[in-house]
Design a protein around this ligand. Structure first.
Ligand SMILES: *[C@@H]1O[C@H](CO)[C@@H](O)[C@H](O)[C@H]1NC(C)=O
Length: 229
């Protein structure tokens, strides 16, 4: 009997190691995630930094497991996606966050580690960076106000990025940086941002992931990914 139990427990432990995909899909739906959670979460985290993570947990460091687009486009290893959000220290020559951020963005243009490739104009870069900070601040509020926090098993499933499609969607973004300015994952042409008409397009696209569903998806992921620092 004892041997039988030991074998049974050992085989259960084996099964438990890798959570079956279909069970996770059900868990995530039950946890209120949308059908497009891979894209809403990948969008929220693709350019995440330690400083961004500190909005969710001030103890955040580079010891995190958030997949991000590799800002070093000429990385010798050819790695397009990093398995962590890097430290992104701002310069401190100016007094306030905004001007220091603009300094950082413009000082990187044309350098090999500028993160966005050849296709982004200065204005588009500034918009992209501040849009991400705006979304992260909105998500900080979303996480704080989340009525029921995701369970341990939902967290396990949402953090299993190599199986649940999130890693693949971050890879999609990294690949599209090489040919354009992917501000959504809708895979449609995006005009160069040059005037009020093209800004109207950009504005609308940048608001695509501020819906209640997209905010909830990303809030669940970020809560799970940062709660144990
Ligand atoms: C996200 O998941 C949907 C549904 O499984 C899939 O159709 C889509 O291609 C995925 N998106 C990316 C960018 O991987």
């Amino acid at each position: 009997m004892k041997v039988f139990l030991a074998v049974l427990l050992a085989s259960l432990a084996l099964v438990h190691g890798a959570i079956p995909r279909s069970r996770c899909a059900m868990q995530l739906r039950a946890g209120g995630l949308s059908a497009n959670y891979n894209e809403s979460i990948a969008h929220a985290i693709h350019s995440m930094t330690v400083q961004g993570l500190q909005l969710f947990n001030p103890r955040a460091t580079e010891k995190n497991t958030i997949p991000t687009v590799n800002h070093n486009l000429h990385d010798k290893s050819g790695q397009k996606v990093l398995m962590y959000a890097p430290n992104d220290q701002l310069p401190s020559d100016y007094f306030d966050f905004t001007m220091n951020m603009i300094d950082k963005i413009l000082a990187m243009i044309g350098k090999s580690d500028d993160g966005l490739g050849a296709h982004w104009s200065s204005t588009e870069r500034i918009v992209h960076k501040f849009h991400m900070w705006d979304l992260w601040l909105r998500l900080q509020k979303e996480v704080r106000e989340m009525k029921t926090k995701p369970s341990g098993s939902i967290c396990k499933c949402v953090l299993d990025v190599e199986s649940n499609g999130i890693f693949q969607a971050v890879q999609w973004i990294a690949a599209h940086y090489e040919s354009g300015t992917p501000i959504t994952l809708l895979d449609r042409p995006i005009p160069k941002l040059t005037d009020s008409e093209t800004w109207a397009f950009w504005k609308n696209d940048l608001l695509h992931y501020y819906t209640p569903e997209a905010l909830h998806d990303a809030a669940v992921y970020l809560h799970c990914a940062t709660k144990d620092f």
